[in-house]
Design a protein around this ligand. Structure first.
Ligand code: 3H9
Length: 691
């Protein structure tokens, strides 16, 4: 029939199969192929149709790469209308993942059978969208209003067992899927069941209390920070309960189209592809051999080392923690157990799982015990001499071919590699704290790091559920190097008249998980001060004066109960502190800095534009491979709002010419040395203003 969709009659049962690797996305040729195949089935003598997919999965959704481009016929709702209107029973045979438009396709079929390992979901919300091919109408009819809202607002898929219980599927296939689907089709033919159209089912609403939908709206708005897609999903589900099917479908279509044009969806779609792209290294071919990693050691059982160990244990990989003495080792292993037990209390793990994970974490105080491990990650104090010492020892004891990784956040990886006799085996694996939770992994490529070492670590990252991004060597790599300007401007704004709460408030409204000053308090102001003191000949900069004075006042941040803010000892709630305000104004006075007031927009520009500028500089220097990689670093490592697509995408949405011109203005009116526009930013800006 077509390369993408095949049609054949097996006796009186028609089999339509989609074949569009890797995930059978509903690209235009698939939609056209489905339309033709169902037309052919309608014209045939078949008494039932089975819709199946080849490869590893059922249809995983619409083709996201087509979004934002001019629509190409046929439109998916039209195709699914054709499927639902078939006069003979249509059975979806599901394996792998039936997601988004894929699950909508299954719901347009009259019956559904799935293998037990399959997953079904409506994840459109994660792309800033809603199910736009009938999903908001079919789901409440099949599984009820509450479960449908849950499925669509969380975006999280459910397994076949839960789907069967909820009524999303009719059967779980035992054994071979096609055989089970054929048996099902035969039963339906013989019982004369006929088509069972989802749109003809009623939506159960009698049990819903008055004001149900408004209650959900309010609850969801709090959790989703006013993002538009969840609210529009609620509108559509409400319409399923209050309007006729055709009118409700029309509303769904309008809402879907509006969301498709929204900046939030553009940002989230960019992030979807950027995340997948970031896992690839341009000059390392896909098929590069991988070194086996079946055992891992972590040097240093502090908060970071323990978190790294947990990440491996969570993926079923045994890990040995090494510490200098038994006391430190016991403390480190105890922290891992404590973390697991807290998660178990919240219902994330069973007691058996906790024991399983802890069974994978062992400890030693002897480097000799690391002789057989495949990968060692050093996570000791950020001091180059200590790190050199560790790597010299590892070079002596580790087997040939073992990967030697450093979790350094700032140090020169090439200098670390140079103390070993095997710099090709040395790589950076920069985790973010808490390492068992944060998804970002900066993979640092040294001058001599071997291709297979990099390929192994990029792949391993996915196995331990991290999102890897490759960075070349520079001070602070991608993320921390960019942070410099961000933190500098946040603190300069204080000296120019803003309060900590104003700066953080503006950034939180922008969507940052936390404001920069609250983050500094969380990290510990003394840590920043010590890091600065460790840099030889670092010139004085007024931006650090407030933080340095806070440290001198004993205000180290959250851990001492006060920093830029005071913290309620019970709730850890931030409280604005007039003592800090007075100190800031006195310092500004001493520095002769004029005071003014700032709008939220000005604060955002001052704090975010340095990220964009430094990002452009990193691209120019070849430290980062692509703008999208930088976006992924900031979204997964620094709490940048995903719906804004990351700093570089955000810059491109504003227009790099506008960003450049504002930065040039700041260069004139603020501090020339701090606001040097990156060469690449200038080039991009000139390109845009010539368009
Ligand atoms: C929707 O359906 C809207 C409808 O309601 C209404 C329409 C009118 N499109 O993730 P992987 C690519 S919205 C295009 O590494 P995994 C992906 O970029 C959609 N491409 O594999 C990658 O390409 P590359 C709702 C897609 O095994 C390759 O496939 N559906 C799509 O780790 C492999 O992907 C979703 O949101 C797509 N839909 O995970 C599901 N999906 O090799 C989105 C994947 O060039 N997809 N690609 O880098 C996923 O969640 C995961 O890809 C999946 C597989 C779980 C399926």
């Amino acid at each position: 029939m077509s390369d993408y969709v095949s049609f054949e009659c097996r006796g009186d049962i028609a089999v339509i199969a989609v074949n569009n690797p890797p995930v059978n996305a509903l690209s235009q040729p698939v939609r056209a192929g489905l339309q033709d195949a169902f037309a052919a089935a309608g014209d045939s003598q078949c008494r039932a149709v089975i819709l199946t997919c080849s490869g590893g999965t059922f249809i995983a959704g619409a083709d996201i790469s087509e979004f934002g481009k001019p629509p190409a016929d046929p439109w998916l709702p039209e195709v699914l209308g054709r499927v639902e209107s078939m006069d003979v029973p249509v059975i979806a045979a599901i394996h792998g993942t039936a997601l988004g438009g894929g699950l909508e396709t299954a719901m347009a079929c009259h019956y559904r059978i799935a293998v037990s390992s399959s997953k079904l979901g409506l994840p459109e919300v994660l792309l800033g969208l809603l199910p736009g091919a009938g999903g908001t109408q079919w789901a409440p009819r099949l599984i009820g209003v509450e479960a449908a809202l849950d499925l669509m607002i969380s975006g999280q898929p459910i397994g076949a067992g839960a789907a069967l219980k909820a009524g999303l599927i009719d059967r779980v296939a035992e054994g071979n899927l096609m055989e089970a689907a054929t048996v099902y089709a035969r039963e339906l033919i013989e019982s004369g069941a006929g088509p069972r159209r989802t749109s003809e089912l009623a939506v159960a609403t009698a049990h819903l209390p008055d004001g149900f939908f408004d209650g959900v709206r309010e609850q969801v708005a709090k959790k989703t920070k006013g993002l538009p897609a969840p609210q529009k999903i609620i509108d559509c589900v409400e319409s399923a309960a209050t309007m006729d099917f055709e009118s409700a479908i029309e509303l769904e279509r309008q809402r879907f189209t509006k969301l498709m044009m929204s900046p939030e969806s553009a940002g989230l779609r960019h992030m979807f592809f950027a995340e997948r792209q970031a896992a690839k290294i341009d000059d390392i071919p896909q098929g590069t051999p991988i070194r086996p990693v079946n055992s891992v050691a972590v040097i240093g059982a502090g908060t970071m080392g323990g978190g790294i160990a947990m990440s491996f244990a969570n993926a079923g990989i045994p890990v040995t923690l090494l510490e200098l003495d038994n006391g430190a080792l016991d403390r480190g292993i105890g922290i891992c157990r404590g973390n697991y037990e807290r998660s178990a209390k919240k219902g994330r793990y069973t007691a058996d799982q906790v024991e399983y994970f802890m069974g994978l974490i062992s400890g030693t105080t002897s480097y000799g015990d690391l002789a057989g491990v495949d990968l060692v990650i050093e996570a000791v104090f950020e001091n180059p001499d200590i790190k050199y010492d560790v790597f010299r020892k590892l070079d002596q004891v580790c087997k040939p071919g073992a990967i030697l990784a450093s979790n350094t956040s700032y140090q020169d990886l090439d200098a670390i590699a140079a103390v070993t006799s095997r710099p090709e085996d040395v790589v950076g694996m920069h985790f973010f704290s808490p390492a068992n939770i944060m998804k970002l992994l900066e993979v640092v490529r040294g001058e001599k790091t071997a291709d297979d070492v990099l390929a192994t670590v990029m792949k391993l990252a996915r196995k331990i559920r991290k999102v890897p991004v490759m960075s070349r060597v520079c001070y602070g790599f991608i993320g921390n190097r960019m942070l410099d300007g961000y933190m500098r401007e946040a603190q300069m704004l204080l000296l120019e008249g803003a309060t900590p709460a104003q700066v953080d408030g503006a950034m939180q409204k922008f969507g940052m998980a936390m404001g920069p000053l609250a983050v500094a308090d969380l990290a510990g102001l003394d840590i920043g001060m010590k890091a600065r003191q460790a840099i030889p000949d670092l010139p004085d900069h007024p931006s650090t004066h407030v933080a340095d004075q806070l440290v001198e006042m004993g205000r180290l941040g959250q851990k001492s109960g006060a920093g830029f803010y005071r913290y309620d000892p019970e709730t850890r709630q931030r409280i604005e502190d007039s003592q800090v305000e007075t100190m800031i104004r006195a310092e500004a006075d001493a520095l002769g800095i004029e005071q003014k007031s700032f709008s939220d927009g000005e604060i955002v520009e001052r704090v975010i534009y340095p990220l964009i500028n430094e990002g452009a500089q990193l691209l120019d220097e070849g430290i980062a491979q692509r703008p999208g990689d930088i976006d992924i670093v900031y979204i997964y490592g620094y709490g940048f709002p995903a719906h804004r697509g990351g700093p570089m995408f955000y810059g491109s949405m504003i227009g790099m010419d506008k960003v450049y011109s504002r930065i040039s203005e700041f260069r004139e009116t603020l501090r020339a040395d701090d606001w040097n526009p990156a060469r690449l930013l200038k080039t991009l800006a000139e390109g845009e203003s010539n368009e």
